[in-house]
Design a protein around this ligand. Structure first.
Ligand code: SAH
Ligand code: SF4
Ligand code: F3S
Length: 448
């Protein structure tokens, strides 16, 4: 047993992985703040550190142990080791192992149980170690404090978990079954977010387009219904959503892209591979062709829509010819941006024990070629928007005095100078494009 310690005065939450973890990290921070614990000042060690971990690939998962090691070392140096909580998907998947391997950790809390963090903390202060990886459906949201201050571009988790069981993926195990938060709770939280400073809300879910629920009148709604309702909140200016699976994209959502002005022209729709054989082995319920047809329908509804995707190279058994099919799909789509990863075998997933695992050198080479193609298309997309005038949501200050950074409707980073403030929606003319951002010129000084 560890010895008792003084209650922490400062905390730091470090979130890794997807935006849902970012959302969870914010909620955990709010719970700690509500109990009088302050965020640790930049550059200072915190009394309590929450490592909000990601299990999606091996590298991400291993990070937690190196972080714990670093925290303990620094703690010894300054004569006070922090209380450490491990949260997130590694906590869910490897809770017992963390407890056994890392004595410095006193709390392990899964993504569906973190509303119990304050109780665990009270026990940790008394020297007790505790693990909580229960999955009590949606109970946690009701137990969380209200939203008070948020960034202009805020996240809202509307759906949790995944029932898709792609053969490479840990998410169905770490986040549990698909559940949708109730319509009215979401409208309520969105209003609170707007009151707390949000101008844009990104609706989050591992499978966000599978969201469904009953609206105020008792009518069954899909994600598009929720989006249409949120669009009526007057001071909410922009809506986005992520991440979707091609199997859950229905006509309503496609139509919403053409009809709901506040819904931004951006779609992140992972495809993973361009080869139908590989897609089948991945248990993705779409083909390369059905995916392309789906994108065409989105483009028909919203011609300027920016497309984004996720790719895995080197899935077990992937041949050169199959990888070429992925490159061909990329050429056909012309993505505005995309994420690409080397396949990482994850414990407990079917793909981890499949034959013909691909050699690391081959994966490296494929990833390089894929990323070269994606970077080429990203630059081309950015260049094609040069000269357009659009609204930019100002998210932070730039490096130089008077410089600002914001996001275009197509989720591009835009730099510009002028008189405005964080949270303003300003009109900017897009200028010179680089691979990752564009320079812009402010057209109207304040709110558009
Ligand atoms: N729910 C989302 C995101 C899942 S995780 C979706 O289905 O799109 C984000 C991305 O990580 C996935 O789209 C996939 O490209 C990648 N990924 C998941 N498991 C992986 C693994 N074992 N190895 C490499 N990449 C993986
Ligand atoms: Fe993982 Fe597939 Fe579910 Fe996405 S849809 S979270 S890749 S199992
Ligand atoms: Fe990672 Fe869990 Fe998100 S594994 S990607 S943090 S759902």
């Amino acid at each position: 047993m560890k010895s008792t310690t003084t209650p922490p005065k400062t905390y730091r939450v470090k979130s890794f992985g997807c935006q849902m973890n970012v959302y969870d990290g914010e909620r955990m921070a709010e719970m700690l703040a509500e109990r009088g614990i302050a965020p640790a000042p930049e550059g200072e060690e915190a009394d309590l550190v929450v490592l909000n971990t990601c299990h999606i690939r091996e590298k991400a998962a291993e990070k937690v142990y190196s972080d714990i090691g670093r925290l303990t070392k620094v703690g010894r140096k300054v004569g006070k080791e922090p209380l450490i909580a491990v949260a997130g998907c590694v906590a869910q998947a490897e809770g017992e192992e963390i407890m056994a391997r890392a004595p410095a950790v006193s709390m392990v809390v899964g993504p569906q149980a973190y509303h119990r963090l304050p109780e665990m903390l009270a026990r940790a202060v008394k020297g007790e170690r505790a693990t909580d990886t229960d999955m009590p459906a949606i109970a946690k949201f009701a137990a969380l404090p209200e939203r008070r201050r948020v960034a202009p571009a805020a996240f809202l988790t509307v759906q949790e978990g995944c029932d898709k069981f792609c053969t490479y993926c840990v998410v169905p195990y770490t986040r549990g079954a698909e559940i949708s938060r109730p319509f009215s709770d979401l409208v309520e939280e969105a209003k609170k977010l707007v009151d707390a400073g949000a101008k844009e809300i990104t609706l989050l879910g591992q499978n966000v387009s599978a969201w469904s629920g009953e609206d105020e009148k008792g009518h069954q709604q899909g994600l598009d219904g929720l989006i249409r309702r949120l669009a009526t909140i007057p001071d909410l200016r922009r809506i986005r959503y992520t991440t979707s699976h091609p199997a859950d994209m229905d006509e309503g959502l496609i139509a919403a892209h053409g009809e709901v002005e506040k819904l931004m022209p951006f779609l992140h729709l992972p495809v993973q591979s361009g080869s139908d054989r590989v897609l089948k082995a991945m248990n993705r319920s779409h083909t390369g062709d059905s995916y392309l047809k789906l994108l065409e329908r989105f483009r028909a509804a919203r011609p300027d829509i920016a497309l984004s995707g996720d790719f895995i190279v080197g899935f077990p058994g992937e041949t050169d010819a199959e990888f070429e099919q992925t490159l061909a799909l990329v050429d056909t789509v012309g993505y505005a941006q995309a994420f690409s990863f080397k396949y990482s075998p994850r414990p407990g997933t079917p793909a981890a024990t499949m034959d013909a695992q691909i050699a690391p050198e081959i994966m490296d080479e494929r990833l390089q070629r894929l990323q070269a193609a994606l970077n080429r298309d990203q630059l081309a997309f950015n260049r094609a928007t040069e000269g357009r005038t659009c609204q930019v949501l100002v998210e932070r200050k730039g490096k130089l005095p008077g410089q600002w950074l914001g996001k275009s409707p197509w989720l591009q980073s835009v730099w510009f100078e002028g008189d405005c403030a964080i949270g303003d929606l300003v009109v900017v003319k897009l200028g010179e494009a680089g691979p990752n951002s564009l320079a812009g010129t402010l057209r109207v000084p304040v709110e558009a």
